[in-house]
Design a protein around this ligand. Sequence first.
Ligand SMILES: Cc1cc2nc3c(=O)[nH]c(=O)nc-3n(C[C@H](O)[C@H](O)[C@H](O)COP(=O)(O)OP(=O)(O)OC[C@H]3O[C@@H](n4cnc5c(N)ncnc54)[C@H](O)[C@@H]3O)c2cc1C
Length: 444
Amino acid sequence: MTTGIIGAGISGLTLAYELQQRGQAYQLWEARPQPGGYVRSVREENYLRELGPNSLLGDDALLNWLDGLDLTNDLVFANAVSKARFIYRNGSYRELPGTPPALLFGGFFSLKTKWAVFRELSNKTVSPPGETLGQFFRRRFTPEIVDYALGPFVAGIYAGDPERLLVSETFPLLLDYERTYGSVLRGLLKNQGKTGRRQSFSFRDGMQMLPKALAAKLTHAQFACPVERIERTRTGWTVHTATGLQFVDRLVMAVPTAVAAHLLADHVPEFTQALRQIEYPPMVAVHTAYKRADVAHPLNGFGGLNPAVEGRFAAGHIWSSSIFPDRCPADEVLFTTFVGGQQNAANARLPEAVIRASVHRELADSFGIRAATPSWQHLFDWPNAIPQYDRQIRAVKQLVPPLEAENLFICANWYGGVSLSDCIGKARALGARLTEAIGPASLT
Ligand SMILES: Cc1cc2nc3c(=O)[nH]c(=O)nc-3n(C[C@H](O)[C@H](O)[C@H](O)COP(=O)(O)OP(=O)(O)OC[C@H]3O[C@@H](n4cnc5c(N)ncnc54)[C@H](O)[C@@H]3O)c2cc1C
């Protein structure tokens, strides 16, 4: 019994590795010459820039798994200072309260919001179906929380808009807390310490070390080998590439929705139709370095996010060299700026020169930068960045389980979670499930 996997991003690679570890036959095809999909690190001129994900948030179980990939000695944990997160408000970046006392006694939020936090404990309202994140947080807290905490984070993690993303698809745990404890805060307090400690980390040569390590372990992976067409057979699927065709018993889609829709168009039209509705807003990653001596701000944190209501150019700026100090020469600082996302897609479509100049202006204005130009700047464009977990994705989600009867499976960031740790967790679980379905090892 052979499993075919299309796409060697973190999802497809992890699934292939999991199947191999369990002694199952598989074949993985990847269009690009390099493994990793969105995970791309570039080292040049003493700078290390991440074009996609900057870090991975994981627990001890994930660290143990990485040890199996011989990556333990290459781990680089985020600097302790990066626990502080800053939000742009009234002309400067202010630290977002990270603890209940800081929230209640600090000056970031208004008295109205502080009072709403107390009141949330006795808020008996219940989420209606299809509630967005914005509606959920306004109902339980205040518009200020949506504008100055939720909104910037949703833009930072999902490149999304809280008024469109569904709470059921993005943070289902919040609904669970509301149902079980009658309050999100009570749920958080009751479950404190139950989930393992999670740490933020990367690797010595950047995030792409992870897909490279996975790919190096695989015995049945082909790169620079796009799948062109698939055909259904009586018992499985035939996969066509430029190098020929191969029969597989089960087929796993580990590709973006547009590619899945293209390959599946003749086979599952209703599903294909739903896939075509998924939105991936554009995002541009801009890396900018300055001499440390030219920057007045201490940059003592993870970075600064820009609430949409503040009308700034970028979605936010990660202080990359504060989190991982070896990302640029010792006498410089490195910023990673994200422009675009669902709340500000138009800015990501501006000419490159305009984006570069606007980012420099915003950095100079925000962090007291005296240099007239950056010492180094690079830009990378993601025309389709991150799938949005809105109403459309719910329709797709409902159509996935019946596909399994046709030996078709989904393992990608548009189904069940977008973060790297979500993708790894889902792929490992699918590997286990596929193995259980056919029993003992069946290596061919
Ligand atoms: C700018 C940005 C920043 C991010 N930051 C973070 C972060 O800091 N932390 C975090 O946890 N997550 C982050 N994410 C999210 C995370 O990186 C992605 O959700 C995740 O990497 C997706 O992995 P995937 O394998 O599901 O999909 P993909 O990475 O899209 O992999 C799909 C693969 O399929 C291949 N493919 C396409 N067509 C074919 C074909 N016809 N045949 C064969 N192969 C094909 C593609 O080349 C690709 O390699 C970020 C995403 C972006 C865009």
